[in-house]
Design a protein around this ligand. Structure first.
Ligand code: G
Ligand code: G
Ligand code: MN
Ligand code: NA
Length: 252
């Protein structure tokens, strides 16, 4: 079988699973988790998305996988809510999935199927996806927000955002790409750049999340700038479902 065939089979056999990485406030309180898909392969073990998402995108299977991810993330968020640990879940959506005319219905079904309040779901769209067709993106984002779902722009700063579009698009959150966070302390570092992104988010009244925070120095700088939320190995790696409850209990 080609990788595509294996992926199709994996979906049928229920071999995909979601891990979750917390997003915390400056005081360390988790308010959201990002869902990150993995493939639990019977002999290879846990396969990271970098190894199969590209093939899934090429074959179009990312649409079916993405539907499963949305439904599963909503079910899990609803389960945490019922356990008295309400937490928002952020889900990565790929370009192909987002461009489908039935994408909005898929989101609605995932929410209603799980009985999840839409405000506990955030959809992450990459900057390049959004800017590929800003008009159409805006229309879709508008629908999601009318439902109460939050919209985040992922990997911000790596694409080519037009500032005029950014101003008009219905966005709730900017996620600063982790490559900029990683270079904060470098000799010709990204401090001014990161500062500018946070200022831009402020000016547009958007929430700003920094990804890939690994050191206390990075955290101190981001806190000083007034970055709203941070996500990264300094707080927690992506973890399986059963570890999330414990994390929320300990840090909630
Ligand atoms: O989990 P990891 O740290 O290896 O993630 C690597 C990449 O895979 C990230 O860029 C992330 O956006 C992407 N990714 C993870 N989960 C999903 C998913 O459910 N759907 C899509 N489209 N991309 C995902
Ligand atoms: O969707 P996105 O491309 O932003 O996916 C997030 C990716 O970043 C995942 O692959 C996740 O495992 C990874 N990640 C999360 N925190 C850290 C971190 O602190 N350092 C590094 N190097 N990667 C991280
Ligand atoms: Mn993401
Ligand atoms: Na990102």
């Amino acid at each position: 079988l080609e990788l595509e065939g294996w992926l199709r089979r994996a979906l049928e056999l229920g071999e995909f699973e979601l891990h979750y990485q917390p997003q915390v406030t400056r005081s360390g309180t988790p308010v959201a988790v990002e869902a990150l898909v993995r493939w639990r392969h019977p002999s290879l073990g846990l396969v990271p998305p970098a190894k199969f998402i590209p093939a899934a995108e090429e074959s179009g299977l990312i649409v079916a996988i993405g539907e499963w991810v949305l439904a599963e993330a909503c079910r899990q968020a609803a389960a945490w809510y019922r356990l008295g640990q309400p937490i928002r879940v952020a889900v990565n959506v790929s370009a192909l999935q987002f461009s489908r005319p039935d994408f909005f219905q898929t989101v609605e079904q995932a929410l209603s199927g799980a009985g999840l309040d839409p405000s506990l779901l955030e959809v992450e769209l990459t900057e390049s996806l959004v800017m590929h067709d800003p008009g159409e993106s805006a229309r879709q984002m508008e629908q999601l927000r009318a439902l109460g779902v939050r919209v985040a722009v992922d990997d911000f700063g790596t694409g080519y955002s037009s500032l005029s579009y950014l101003h008009r698009l219905p966005i709730d959150v900017l996620k600063i790409d982790r490559s900029f966070v990683a270079e904060l302390e470098a000799p010709r570092g990204t401090q001014a750049l990161v500062q500018a992104i946070v200022a831009l988010a402020r000016a547009l009244d958007l929430m700003v999340v920094a990804e890939g925070v690994e050191t206390d120095a990075q955290l101190a700088f981001l806190n000083e700038l007034g970055c709203d939320l941070v996500q990264g190995y300094l707080f927690a790696r992506p973890m399986p479902t059963r570890e999330v409850s414990a994390f929320l209990t300990m840090h909630g």
